[in-house]
Design a binder for this molecule. Structure first.
Ligand SMILES: C[S@@+](CC[C@H](N)C(=O)[O-])C[C@H]1O[C@@H](n2cnc3c(N)ncnc32)[C@H](O)[C@@H]1O
Length: 506
């Protein structure tokens, strides 16, 4: 019997053989759902635990197929099959997923088809680090181009690519795809299917205990997608544990967006839309050791433990995202060097306005020049991003992207300066404490929480995203709460004050 590894190690084959008990449990759940396949395919079958479990659980199977890149594993499957009564129904093949002619293989499989298994647990960036070529041929996968490629969104799980490929090949057939994968991958695969009209009739996510089965600290699940040539269903039931009788939630693809809770979305979607208050990210500088400082008397200490003297002009009190996760924001203990008032501003002026700051930046220039992100290329030296008038607004209503709770905090000035936030936080800017407290009250209200909870996936690395925050129309929310007049008063002021700057990249 294959055993699970102790911890998730980088491995170019993403090799975590599924324990027999888990493979059997997954097949039992499919049986209970009334899935009666005639053929079964395990595309990266390893030692064949899923393949054999399926052959044990589905007596109507006439055909089985297992494929893996690993020669030893294929030999092991053949050996295991020798003692099975159904050995003559099963073919096994040593081949890479990326070289297989899937159309050819699937054409031979009688319907209904069950594609089952556990694709490799590895990302393209890990493969890059390992210098491995266990990758699909270069493709513009998920249209990760331009900005997304620059900001690293182009990192994807190999299993995501494989599952999408399989669903595309199964489109229009009577088939079920049942695969273990990261829960975040399952959602991406579903969104792809829903967006591209791959005819899913039903979908389920059953969360599994990946730590117990694979020694891996990831949110993982059994993703079940039922396909048929005719109907299309944009919803997916989510079960908290494998085998739960009732789903904990239903996610879906509604009005062109992924929804985390379909019933909350249906109840509160009238609060959606754009408003006058715009959500912003904090300042992005990618060099905390140079740009984030602790104050010591009249001087500052940087991340290299160097004590330096700086003029006041470019230094602002700052809160990290962890500082605003508590009920009230803490008093800032750090300061941030913010070299520009708006994206693209000339920085050479610092030499005249604040010579000590200029000298410090010159000294640390090598580090700032080596910032990996290409957003800094062809920009004034020492540039930062996520800056505009909003950065320097005296009051803010803020939330951390990493926070596992929906709570919005007010952030006021400190030491007679506006407090700036780092780029893991999001905020709307306000001109007064009264305005900030009013907006925070709206955002912390029950309807707002329920609206946002329709979009939050709490297992995501950053559950709170700026896209999600931007979906709420504060005017509609204020109307819901009977506060529209107070909001209108603040909005009128805001419209007058809003400058017309060039749109920002970040
Ligand atoms: C997570 S393990 C799962 C194995 C098996 N499906 C199970 O559930 O026990 C992933 C498997 O994918 C195989 N694999 C990795 N890259 C592959 C590729 N390019 N083509 C085919 N198999 C591959 C590995 O050898 C490994 O057996």
């Amino acid at each position: 019997m294959a055993s699970a590894k102790i911890a998730m190690q980088p491995d170019e084959f993403g090799d975590f053989q599924t324990p027999d008990a888990l493979a059997a449990h997954a097949c039992m759940i499919l049986c209970m759902r009334g899935i009666i396949p005639t053929s079964v395919l395990e595309p990266t079958c390893g030692v064949g635990n899923f393949l054999l479990a399926a052959l044990d659980h589905f007596p109507k199977l006439t055909t089985g197929f297992g494929i893996d890149i690993n020669d030893e594993y294929i030999c092991r499957v053949k050996e295991r099959l020798r003692s099975c009564s159904y050995a003559d129904k099963v073919k096994v093949l040593r081949e890479s997923f990326f070289k297989v002619d899937w159309a050819d293989i699937l054409r031979e499989l009688p319907e209904p088809i069950l594609v089952v298994g556990n694709p490799p647990w590895v990302t393209n960036s890990t493969l890059g680090v390992l210098g491995s070529s266990n990758l699909p041929k270069k493709s513009n996968f998920q249209n990760y181009i331009g900005l997304e490629a620059v900001t690293g969104k182009s990192n994807f799980d190999i299993s995501e690519w494989m599952l999408i490929k399989l669903l595309e090949m199964l489109g229009g057939r009577r088939a079920t795809l049942a695969m273990l994968c990261k829960t975040a991958v399952a959602r991406k695969v579903l969104v792809h299917a829903w967006k591209n009209n791959i005819s899913l009739t039903d979908a389920e996510i059953h969360q599994i205990d990946a730590a117990a089965s694979f020694g891996a600290a990831v949110d993982a699940c059994l993703l079940v997608c039922c396909l048929s040539p005719t109907s299309h269903n944009p919803d997916c039931r989510v079960y908290s544990h494998l085998g739960d009788a009732e789903p904990a939630a239903t996610i879906g693809y509604h009005d062109g967006q992924l929804v985390a809770d379909v019933s909350s979305y249906e109840r509160w979607k009238h609060l959606g839309g754009e408003g006058v208050y715009k959500w912003r990210s904090g300042v992005k500088h990618d060099c905390s050791k140079v740009m984030e400082l602790r104050k010591e008397g009249n001087r500052y200490r940087n991340g290299f433990d160097e004590v330096i003297e700086l003029e006041d002009d470019y230094v602002y009190p700052m809160l990290k995202s962890s500082d605003i996760t508590n009920r009230c924001s803490k008093e800032p203990t750090r300061w941030m060097l913010v070299t520009q008032k708006a994206v693209g501003d000339e920085t050479s002026v610092i030499r005249i306005v604040a010579p000590k700051t200029w000298e410090y930046l010159q000294k640390q220039g090598g580090l700032l020049d080596r910032r990996a992100s290409s957003i800094y290329r062809n920009r004034p030296r020492f540039s930062v991003f996520g800056v505009g008038d909003y950065t320097f607004a005296p009051w803010k209503v803020a939330i951390s992207g990493f926070y596992k709770k929906l709570h919005f905090a007010t952030v006021g000035p400190f030491a007679e300066k506006p407090v700036v936030l780092d780029d893991t936080s999001y905020f709307v800017s306000c001109q007064s404490e009264e305005e900030a407290r009013f907006i925070a009250g709206l955002l912390n209200s029950q309807p707002a929480r329920e609206f946002f909870s329709a979009f939050v996936f709490w297992d995501a690395k950053r559950p709170i995203t700026i896209e999600m925050l931007r979906r709420l129309d504060l005017s509609a929310l204020a109307y819901e709460l009977g506060s529209e007049e107070t909001l209108a008063k603040f909005q009128a002021k805001k419209r007058k004050e809003q400058p017309h700057r060039q749109p920002e990249l970040f």
